[in-house]
Each structure stands twice: as structure tokens, then as C-alpha cells.
Design a binder for this molecule. Structure first.
Ligand code: ADP
Ligand code: MG
Length: 289
């Protein structure tokens, strides 16, 4: 049987813009000892801005940005959206006849008969294209045209305004282990992780590797009678939401699939609402028991 006041907790949560799909998740929230966050769209705004266009010699900026934006038009990833809005595509000039998107990598497309690959270093590597990685704390989108490295476009995202407070509050309330999991590169992840104050960062992860880390964290937490919460926006992380003891989705930016897979949905996408949900769960328990 469910204590009556857990129902009170569910409605208190909903008044705070937090949808809890069943009072049992308040009990799980009460036991959370580790919180793992996705980076893009969860701890950061998920709104990238283009900062540098770096073609190799012999390739014009227009050619680099044109092919890149035409390829990115096939993707809904926040990085893709930033590039398409910075470099609007003239569809009569760039004809896309084939395209495939690979989660955690990028996009490959056939455009005007040119084989275009855009994405991180792993994406180019997977296509057999050598690239020397730029040393920067911005996210780098590498570009290859017909199998030859053609340059890069760097984009940058920013932490959400309450990201740092969200982590500090969790620590203050005894959640001493906080993770940021990301498919982005290590220098970018470390810089943002340090700024926000998470205790652990794992970078360069494919979606299935995020599932693997959450599995490991869960095993370790359960051995100490704790539980693991994973917080994500659902872009490529729906399986992780489903796997954690409690999956928390950002409901605004998040996809329908994420909202479906999650146990708790934060309607306004603020990471500080994780602590709000845990506080409501704790008070609910205190009142009843
Ligand atoms: P995160 O873990 O930060 O939410 P994703 O798993 O969605 O990120 O993507 C991981 C990385 O894969 C990105 O940081 C980027 O380097 C690359 N990537 C994925 N999709 C695209 C795309 N459409 N264009 C360029 N790069 C991409
Ligand atoms: Mg993501």
C-alpha cells in the first residue's frame, strides 16, 4: 500500500512543474545517492553559437559552410540547428540526395554528388578520414569532402543559469556524487564540468556507453543502499533514462520518446528542479512516517 501523503507529494511536485509518474518514484528519489546528468540540453542550454570557421587552404569559407549546413539540415541535433541558422542553406545550390545520421557522431550525406561527412573526430575516423584534433574548449565540427579533410567549424554552448546552483544544492543535501555524461570531447566536457562543479565527468561517450556507465553506477550505489538518478533531454539518451533507478527528463526541449521513457519530467527544463523533486519527496516522507 502507498502512504496517503505520497499522493500529496505527487501533486506538490506538479504544482512545481514536476510530473512524477507514480508515488513509488518519490520513494526512489528519497534514496538517491548519485545523480548523473547528460550535458547538452540538460546542464547546458543546448543552444550552440558558431564561433570559428576554419577551412583548410584551398577550400573557401563559403564552400565549407555551404556543404556543412546542407548536411546538418538533415539533423535535428542542437549543433546542427546552430549551423543551419548561422549559414542558411540555398536548396537550389545544394542538392542532398542521400543522408544518414549517426548518434554521437554526426551526419554523412551525398550533396551535389560530393560525399560529405560532418561530425566529431570519431565520425571522420569511422569514415577512414584522418583528422588532427584541434585543442580547444569549444565543440568542433570536423568536415570532410569526398574523403578529404576540408576544415572545421567550432560551436559553443553555455551552462544553464541554474546549473551550478543545482549541483551545489545536491551536495548541500548529501548527494556527494554528481556526474556529467557526454558524447562531447574531453576538453569541452572538463571545462564545463569544472565551471558547474560536478564531481565526475565522463566524455566521448556513445549513447550505449552512457547506459554502461549508469549500469556501473547503479551496481555500486545499490551495494551501499543508494539509488541512481539520470537526468537527460532525451536526444540520444532515452535508453539511459529507462535504465536508471529514476529517469528524469527535461520536458520542454525533450522529445516525446524521452517524456515517455522517463519516470519524472521537469517541465521547464531547469536542472535545479531535481533538488526540488528530492526535497518534496523528503518532506512527504517526513510528514507521513
Ligand atoms: P551529448 O552527450 O552532449 O548530449 P550527443 O550524444 O548528442 O551529445 O552527441 C555527441 C557528440 O557527437 C557531439 O558533441 C558532437 O561532437 C557529435 N555530433 C552528434 N550529432 C552531430 C551533428 N548533427 N553534427 C555535428 N556533430 C554531431
Ligand atoms: Mg544529449
Amino acid at each position: 500500500s502507498v502512504p496517503l501523503s505520497f499522493f500529496g507529494g505527487v501533486s506538490a511536485a506538479s504544482r512545481n512543474g514536476i510530473l512524477v509518474k507514480g508515488s513509488n518514484f518519490l520513494e526512489v528519489l528519497n534514496q538517491v545517492s548519485v545523480v548523473a546528468f547528460d550535458k547538452t540540453g540538460t546542464l547546458t542550454k543546448g543552444q550552440f553559437e558558431v564561433s570559428q570557421v576554419l577551412p583548410v587552404s584551398g577550400v573557401s569559407e563559403a564552400k565549407l559552410t555551404g556543404y556543412t549546413a546542407a548536411a546538418e539540415q538533415q539533423s535535428t541535433h542542437p549543433i546542427a540547428q546552430s549551423i543551419v541558422s548561422a549559414f542558411p542553406v540555398d536548396k537550389t545550390t545544394y542538392r542532398v540526395t542521400q543522408s544518414t545520421e549517426t548518434a554521437g557522431h554526426g551526419v554523412a550525406a551525398l550533396i551535389n554528388g560530393v560525399q560529405v561527412v560532418v561530425g566529431n573526430a570519431k565520425a571522420l575516423d569511422a569514415n577512414g578520414i584522418a583528422v588532427s584534433e584541434l585543442q580547444t574548449v569549444e565543440t568542433v565540427v570536423y568536415v570532410a569532402l569526398d574523403g578529404v579533410y576540408a576544415g572545421a567549424i567550432t560551436v559553443a554552448d553555455q551552462p544553464k543559469p541554474d546549473a551550478q546552483t543545482a549541483i551545489a544544492d545536491l551536495k548541500k543535501h548529501g548527494v556527494n556524487e554528481t556526474w556529467m555524461l557526454t558524447g562531447d570531447s574531453e576538453p569541452v566536457a572538463d571545462a564545463i564540468g569544472t565551471e558547474i562543479g560536478v564531481t565526475n565527468v565522463a566524455a566521448g561517450l556513445l549513447p550505449e556507453q552512457k547506459v554502461g556507465i549508469v549500469d556501473q553506477l547503479t551496481t555500486a550505489a545499490h551495494a551501499k543502499n543508494g539509488k541512481v538518478a539520470f537526468v537527460g533531454d532525451g536526444i540520444n539518451d532515452t535508453p539511459v533514462l529507462a535504465r536508471a533507478d529514476v529517469g528524469i527528463a527535461m520536458g520542454g526541449l525533450g522529445s516525446d520518446a524521452a517524456i515517455e521513457a522517463a519516470d519524472v519530467v521537469i517541465m521547464d527544463d531547469q536542472p535545479s528542479k531535481v533538488m526540488t523533486a528530492m526535497t518534496i519527496a523528503r518532506h512527504t516522507k517526513v510528514i507521513v512516517w
